[in-house]
Ligand binder design. Structure first.
Ligand SMILES: *Cc1c(COP(=O)(O)O)cnc(C)c1O
Length: 389
């Protein structure tokens, strides 16, 4: 069992399910349990809940319900967007060039790379600046008539940086090229409107905003060429076969609603704590840097690199001291390679291996942060003493 005195500072990896969300989900496990594709009343009841959820999500993002596709997670949404559009665009107009940023989540980058290795697509990476921001002019320079899809992450999970999605989307639209953004982190904190963002496709995942794990959304703008990646029945407008996970979909719609209202208020609290963390870490830990943009970043997200510190050792020592943090990218245990995202910012190995990410959540208290800030400098210097410089 988890030690109750542990402080969770890793809300970008996942969040607990909001009790109001759990409550909304419960009847759909054992009472309204019909298959939404069934003709009888059990099925109709489930279908009603499903379509209500679709309507809720559609309204929140400024889309029509016809454009909301439910998936099993953020990763699946990314896969469906990239594979689905790449294959359709190649088949329909011979486009086989894929343009992505070097700071994508692996659900996007590894999908693009597999499309290159196994299916003959050509993948090109956009340059980012030292903060991990894609310059829209870069997109203008690199986009081609045979570009099948452009994908740029909305808010980065490792470094928190927010990209100018609306501007990039405008450029892609003017060239007639489909544009996807991975907003699995972004949707937890930023307003998501598909028209302001100028996107054709957007990926969202529920467990980053106090919804259940294992359910997501892909917005697909009407008229976007796309093939299903999971074939079978005709669910989700023939784009995603499989019996609907009604309780999770209902839960996601509820959680998304809660996430998209009042975020300004929550931002204020988060930004104060975030900036206090950033300021104090830089002041108390020698040879430390913030990763990502200092202000154009997620409100709850602080990330650092420490020179000549093994990030995994630091995470283990923090865990032992009662703080659950992350290095930013998914489990890298036993992997001595620095993250692609950090190296794309131009950080050398001796810096990039020492990364630390703190992400705040609804239950984070100021005193948790203060305790953490007291502990961190000692742990970092202990690690540096272990290894002669
Ligand atoms: C968490 C995350 C994903 C993957 O979502 P899952 O629902 O866990 O599959 C994709 N992209 C980003 C930016 C994420 O933070």
């Amino acid at each position: 069992m988890r030690d109750n005195s542990m402080i969770f500072l890793d809300f970008a990896s996942t969040t607990p399910v909001d009790p109001r969300v759990v409550e909304t989900m419960l009847p759909f496990f054992d009472q309204i349990y019909g298959n939404s594709s069934s003709t009888h009343q059990f099925g109709q009841q489930a279908e009603k809940a499903l379509e209500d959820s679709r309507q809720t999500v559609a309204e929140l993002i400024g889309a029509s319900p016809r454009e909301v596709v439910f998936t099993s997670c953020g990763s699946e949404s990314d896969n469906l967007a990239l594979r689905g559009v790449a294959f359709a665009e190649r088949n329909q107009r011979g486009a086989s060039h894929i343009l992505i940023s070097p700071v994508e989540h692996h659900a996007v980058s590894n999908t693009a790379l597999q499309l290159q290795e196994l299916h003959g697509f050509e993948v090109e990476f956009l340059h980012v600046d030292q903060y991990g921001i894609v310059d829209p002019d870069e997109v203008t320079r690199r986009i081609r008539p045979d570009t099948a899809i452009v994908s740029v992450i909305h808010a980065n999970n490792e470094i928190g940086t927010i990209n100018p999605i609306g501007v990039i989307g405008e450029i892609c639209r003017a060239r007639g090229v489909r544009f996807h953004t991975d907003s699995v982190q972004g949707a937890a904190h930023l307003p998501i409107n598909v028209n302001d963002l100028n996107v054709d496709l957007i990926s969202i995942g529920a467990h980053k905003f106090y919804g259940p794990k294992g359910v997501g959304v892909l917005f697909v703008r009407e008229g976007t060429p796309i093939y299903p990646t999971q074939t079978g029945g005709g669910q989700e407008y023939n784009l995603r076969a499989g019996t609907h996970n009604t309780p999770y979909i209902v839960g996601m719609a509820k959680a998304f609603e809660l996430a998209q209202v009042n975020h300004e208020e929550r931002h204020h609290k988060y930004i104060q704590m975030r900036d206090q963390i950033i300021e104090q870490v830089l002041a108390t830990v020698p040879d430390s840097k913030v990763t990502g943009h200092p202000t154009i970043r997620l409100p709850n997200h602080a990330s650092f690199v420490f020179k000549n510190v093994d990030g995994n050792t630091l995470l283990m020592m923090l865990d032992a001291a009662g703080y659950a943090c992350s290095s930013g990218s998914a489990c890298k245990t036993g992997d001595p390679e620095p993250s692609d995202v950090l190296t794309s910012l131009g950080l050398s190995r001796e810096w990039a291996l020492g990364s630390l990410r703190l992400t705040l959540g609804q239950t984070t208290k100021l005193r948790d942060i203060e305790g953490f800030l007291e502990t961190l400098p000692t742990l970092v210097s202990q690690i540096r003493e272990l290894v002669p410089q």
